[in-house]
Design a protein. Sequence first.
Length: 236
Amino acid sequence: MGRRGLRALGILTLAVSAASALASLIVSPPDAQQGDLVRLMYVHVPSAWVAYLAFTVVFVCSVAYLRSGRTRWDRLAAASAEVGVLFTALTIVVGSIWAKPVWGTWWSWDPRLTTTAILFLIYVGYLTVRRLAETPGRRARWSAVIGIVGFVDVPIVHLSVRWWRSLHQPPARLIGVPDLAPSMGLALVLGLVAFTLIFVYLVALRLRVARMEERAFHEALATAMYPDRGEVVRHG
C-alpha cells in the first residue's frame, strides 16, 4: 500500500473509531444489570475478534508460504501475528477489568480465559522463534509451522464456552433474534468495524516498516561486501 493509500486508510479508521466511541459511550444505554460496566464489551469483543482475524491471516499466509516459498507471505504473517498478540493482550486485560466487579476476581481458570492465555503464549512463542532462527529461510519455515499448528487453538477458544461449563457468557447474537438492544447492537457492530480497520491499518503500517528494514539491511550488506562501491556512490 502506497503512502497516500495508507493515509486515506488512517483517516477512515480514525473517523469510524470516533463514531464507535460516540455510539459506545453516549448512544448505547447502560445495561439493566451491569450498568456502565457493559461498555467494556465494546472494546473486549472487538479485540477478541481482531485476535481471531489476525491469527487466521497468519494461518493462511503460513500455508501460502510453505506452498510457494514467497517472502511476501512470511512478511504478512509476521505483521499479522504482531498485531494479533497485541489485541489478545488487550482482550485479556479488558476482560480481567470486567471480571473483577462481575465475578469478584481478576482472573479465573475458566475454559475461555485459560485457552485464550494459551493462545497468547503460542503466538508470543511464534514471534520469539522468528528472532531465534539463524537464516531468513529457516525463520520463515519454523514460524510457518507454528502459525499453522497454533491456529488449532482459535476454534477451541471460541467454542470453549459451549464445550465446557464456564463462567464466561456465550457470544451475543447479532443475526436473527438479537440478544442486545438495537442501540447496543449498533455500538458493537461499529466497534467491530472500527477495530477491523485498526487491524488493517496497523498491518499495512508494519509491512511498510518491514520493507524499509529489509531495504536498509540489503544496503548495509552491500556496503559491507563492497565498500569501494559505497565510496563511489557517496563521491560520485
